[in-house]
Ligand binder design. Sequence first.
Ligand SMILES: C[S@@+](CC[C@H](N)C(=O)[O-])C[C@H]1O[C@@H](n2cnc3c(N)ncnc32)[C@H](O)[C@@H]1O
Length: 111
Amino acid sequence: MTFDPKAVRDFEHAGWQQAAAHYTTTFAHATRGFIDDLLDAAGVGTGMRVLDLACGPGHVASAATERRALPVGLEFSSAMIALARGDYPGILFAGGDAEALPSPRAHSTPL
Ligand SMILES: C[S@@+](CC[C@H](N)C(=O)[O-])C[C@H]1O[C@@H](n2cnc3c(N)ncnc32)[C@H](O)[C@@H]1O
C-alpha cells in the first residue's frame, strides 16, 4: 500500500467541509480551552501580525483581536471560511492551502 498525499488531502478537505456546520458545537469544545495558552506561547499581543493557519471558524483569530493583535486567517475549507467571515466580519479570512504557502524567499530580492 502506498501513501497518496493527494487522497489524504482530499479526504481531509471533504471531511472539514462537512464538519463545519457543527464544528462550534462539537469539535471546538476540544480546542477552545487551549487558545489562550497557544496565544501566550506565541507571545501574541498588541500590534502583532498573526497568521492563523488552518483557522477553521476563526476562534483563534478572534481571540487574537481581543489582545489587540492583527490576525489573518487562512483556511482551505470554504464552509469554514463562510462561518469565520459571518461570525467575525472585522477579521480578514482568506482561502488557501497550508501546504502551498508562498515562500517569502520566492518573492524576496537577494541581498
Ligand atoms: C481541528 S480544525 C482547527 C480549526 C482552528 N484552528 C481551531 O483551533 O478552532 C482543523 C482545520 O484545519 C483546516 N485545514 C486542514 N488542512 C488544511 C490545509 N492544508 N490548508 C488549510 N486549512 C487546512 C481544516 O479545514 C479545519 O478547519
